[in-house]
Design a protein around this ligand. Structure first.
Ligand code: 13P
Length: 362
């Protein structure tokens, strides 16, 4: 019964080529992003920012679920509507980030392990009671000459799998997020081999903890060269390297893969997702979608700048970004859409009901 509803929730999150909106930055991370733009680092600024994002017109046209942090989960709009009520009204499922962040791993300088298992069963029950339908936990892996170590992989995948099992026990779909970060000068090939090793370890751990693969979603990095790697790559290079890596390591029973953006600028993140879906959508066993934070939020955050008079223009930027990413889930993204209005013919045509030869909807 419970696993049936997990499967249904995962299917709902992946339906109609929609994606997840990740707005679960911790207070510290959100404050750091505000600081670079001179936005006050206060609870009220964070609330107003999340209100601006969550009240974006037609958000549910491209977004099936929103991942919140604990602070946002309990907040409301200025006029007193709980964010959870707002999401429920628009048909967007509420998700909650439940890890407590990455801390230094004992004995391994520069590596981390994600904490948050203590008391997790009770916290998950509380979030489920309030209406959460899914959860998220992020593990972090850094590529260096001797990292990630087996020790950090084992520690992190064990925690990810225990988190996933506890989520499913609570009736929440676990979003399993092992992130191989972009920092460094490594090649795309090295990112591919590290990501593949990490994903193999993740699925071995999930199997050992009896996690139902049909009732979870994977949130990995795309396979990319390090941010300071001098070798250029095309969007197709990234698409092929990522698909090859996933085909070798992600069981077909997993219903969907929703990528994190990892610090890629907004436009290449969309173009690379599009390249994956444009070439091979029908040949892949899982849906390939997005669960971006920076690559959908940054244009809106820059325009908002903490000022109420900029809400409309910032919301427009978010609406366009998520619509473009939904188009990328269909392999229908075109760079010209970047300059579109969301009501333009190009974007509307992507989502118009398809017509069969007789003129009937297909
Ligand atoms: P980015 O898309 O900015 O990488 O964030 C995704 C996320 O949820 C990080 O945990």
């Amino acid at each position: 019964m419970r696993s049936h509803s997990l499967v249904a929730t995962a299917a709902q999150l992946l339906a109609s080529d929609k994606g997840l909106l990740a707005i679960d930055e911790s207070i510290a991370t959100c404050n750091a992003r505000f600081a670079t733009l001179g936005i006050p680092q206060s609870e009220e600024s964070r609330r107003a920012y999340r209100e601006m994002l969550l009240t974006t017109p037609r958000l549910s046209g491209s977004i099936s679920g929103a991942i919140l942090c604990d602070e946002t989960f309990h907040q409301s709009t200025a006029n007193g509507t709980a964010f959870l009520g707002l999401l429920a009204e628009s048909g967007i499922l509420a998700g909650i980030k439940v890890d407590l962040g990455a801390v230094p791993l004992a004995g391994r300088a520069g590596e981390t392990v994600t904490e948050g298992l203590d008391g997790l069963r009770q916290r998950l029950a509380g979030y489920a009671e309030l209406g959460a339908r899914f959860a998220k936990w992020r593990a972090v892996f850094r590529i260096g000459r001797e990292t990630p170590s087996m020790m950090s992989i084992h520690a992190n995948v064990h925690a990810l799998a225990r988190y996933a099992a506890l989520c499913q026990e609570a009736g929440l779909v676990p979003i399993v997020e092992p992130e191989v970060v972009m920092d460094g000068a490594h090649s795309i090939e090295r990112c591919g081999s590290v990501t593949e090793a990490v994903l193999h370890a993740v699925f071995r751990a999930l199997y050992a903890q009896d996690v139902t693969l049909e009732g979870m979603i994977l949130k990995p990095n795309m396979v990319l060269p390090g941010a300071s790697c001098p070798d250029p790559v095309s969007h197709e290079d990234v698409a092929y390297a990522t698909i090859d890596c996933l085909l070798r390591s992600v069981p077909a029973a997993v219903p969907g893969v929703t990528f994190l953006s990892g610090g890629q600028p907004a436009e290449p993140a969309s173009a690379r997702l599009n390249a994956m879906n444009g070439r091979s959508k029908d040949a892949m066993p899982w849906a390939l979608s997005f669960s971006f934070a920076r690559a959908v939020q940054q244009p809106a955050l820059d325009l908002w700048g903490g000022r109420a008079e900029n809400v409309d223009v910032a919301q427009h930027a978010l609406e366009l970004r998520v619509a473009i990413n939904r188009a990328a889930c269909r392999g229908a993204y075109r760079p010209s859409m970047e300059h579109d209005d969301t009501s333009s013919s190009a974007l509307r045509a992507v989502f118009a009901p398809r017509r069969g030869p007789s003129g009937s909807s297909a």
